[in-house]
Design a protein around this ligand. Sequence first.
Ligand code: CMX
Ligand code: CO
Length: 152
Amino acid sequence: MSNAPSPTGPFSGLTRLDHVGIACRDLDASIEFYRSTYGFEVEHEEVNEEQGVREAMLRINGTDDGGATYLQLLEPTREDSPVAKFLARNGEGVHHLAFGTGDVAASAAGIGERGVRVLDSEPRTGTAGSRIVFLHPKDCGGVLTELVQSAH
Ligand code: CMX
Ligand code: CO
């Protein structure tokens, strides 16, 4: 069965790869690697205390739904945060994938009906005022998966 959004397939409403989240110990060093190696520039930087991260978004390309695809570089701000736990266990590397949707609550509900655990009962605030939920990696083939609805 296809996972692509279609009138006959399961409803997900997902329309793009929004970002790949990468756990790093030193955000500034990681930004410099992506700038000097590939020429990617930071579009946005912020601290998200709820998620326990200092983060940078590097825009890679636009997408045909009017959105874009990014790399999200993540440095933990506290030891009990998900990214700090991940770094202690695995070291630096790919932390999660995020798919874009026009309606994160509807996407989460549709995917939850497929038996995937949705970790957030209500969407939380993500980068630049976006609305986000996470899906449990153990229900997604070992991949921590985020759904994101842009603020605009
Ligand atoms: N990718 C894949 N598997 C992961 C994982 C990840 N990023 N993080 C944890 N796991 C796995 C662990 O390997 C472990 O597996 P085993 O039981 O087989 O050893 C299992 O999940 C439990 O790991 P844990 O270290 O005990 O972690 P917790 O259960 O406390 O938390 C999770 C795991 C996914 C529920 C938690 O990290 C979470 O809620 N994440 C969502 C929020 C988040 O990651 N925020 C940061 C990014 C913010 C943003 O993108 O804006
Ligand atoms: Co993310």
